[in-house]
Design a protein around this ligand. Structure first.
Ligand SMILES: C[S@@+](CC[C@H](N)C(=O)[O-])C[C@H]1O[C@@H](n2cnc3c(N)ncnc32)[C@H](O)[C@@H]1O
Length: 256
């Protein structure tokens, strides 16, 4: 989405908020558009989970950031929704302050900014506080696409269905999703990995599931036999690609 053109209209004094997807980890997967916008902006806003030592998004682009660029950090708690909401309010206020000074702000986010991204919260806050501020969203290579490429597993081919689920899934959700979709991608899998692996086993899906850790980085690991996952392989930046039973269901329906 581009609302950048409004900058040339009534809101010409305002800076532009850029939501920039910086990709899954390999800096070479940054788009040219992302790189140019990042390097032009005098201010870079960086989301950072408070329980992690550094921002993953910033670590991806660190070689492209110039010393004169201001870094606005937004350290958000991962286990406290109210605390996180407060951080996003404050971050939105800091961003709007810069926009009102005519400065462009680049909000960087791992993967794509429109998929499970903290950018959504700041975008909502900025729209509320300063609806006339121009916004440009630059898509990034999502971890979903990166994991498919790293594992060589096509996510969907002709007529197939793909589902992407966040962390909160249980046996029933998994059973339903894998019955209705040909491929199910389970994101934010690490906090629930033990339960999820047990659920996949119970559903008879272990043999058709692949674990991908830190796709496109030098710590990338693709595990095709889930029984081989060890504690060392566990990482927040990991996901599971599960081939569902939709095909079997469709074939059964056709023979009815
Ligand atoms: C908050 S979501 C962000 C998703 C991101 N906006 C995207 O488009 O990929 C974080 C989750 O994305 C997945 N993820 C992010 N980077 C990854 C990578 N390099 N390899 C595997 N999974 C990754 C993990 O499931 C992680 O828990």
């Amino acid at each position: 989405m581009t609302e950048r053109s409004s900058k040339t209209g009534t809101s010409s004094a305002l800076g532009c908020l850029y939501g920039i997807g910086v990709g899954p980890g390999d800096p070479e997967l940054l788009t040219l558009k992302a790189l140019k916008a990042l390097q032009r902006a005098p201010v870079i806003c960086v989301p950072q989970a408070a329980d992690r030592p550094e921002s993953y998004a910033l670590s991806i682009v660190k070689d492209y950031v110039k010393p004169e660029q201001e870094i606005l950090r937004a350290p958000f708690p991962t286990d406290d929704a109210e605390g996180a909401a407060q951080v996003w309010r404050e971050a939105s206020e800091m961003v709007v302050e810069r926009l009102k000074k005519g400065q462009d702000v680049a909000f960087i986010t791992e993967g794509d900014p429109m998929l499970f991204s903290t950018f959504s919260y700041v975008l909502a806050g900025v729209r509320e506080l300063c609806p006339e501020a121009p916004v440009e969203i630059i898509p990034g290579v999502s971890s979903v696409m990166a994991a498919a490429a790293s594992s060589g597993i096509p996510l969907a081919t002709h007529g197939q269905r793909l589902a992407i689920l966040p962390a909160a899934y249980g046996l029933d959700d998994l059973s339903e999703a894998t019955s209705n979709f040909d491929t199910v991608v389970l994101m934010k899998v690490s906090p629930n990995i033990v339960k999820t692996l047990a659920d996949l086993q119970e559903l008879g899906l272990t043999g058709q599931s692949t674990y991908v850790r830190r796709a496109t980085t030098d710590r990338e690991k693709v595990i095709r036999d889930l029984n081989e996952i060890t504690d060392e392989d566990l990482d927040y930046f990991s996901l599971l690609i599960v081939k569902g039973k939709a095909k079997k269901r469709q074939a059964k329906e056709r023979t009815k």
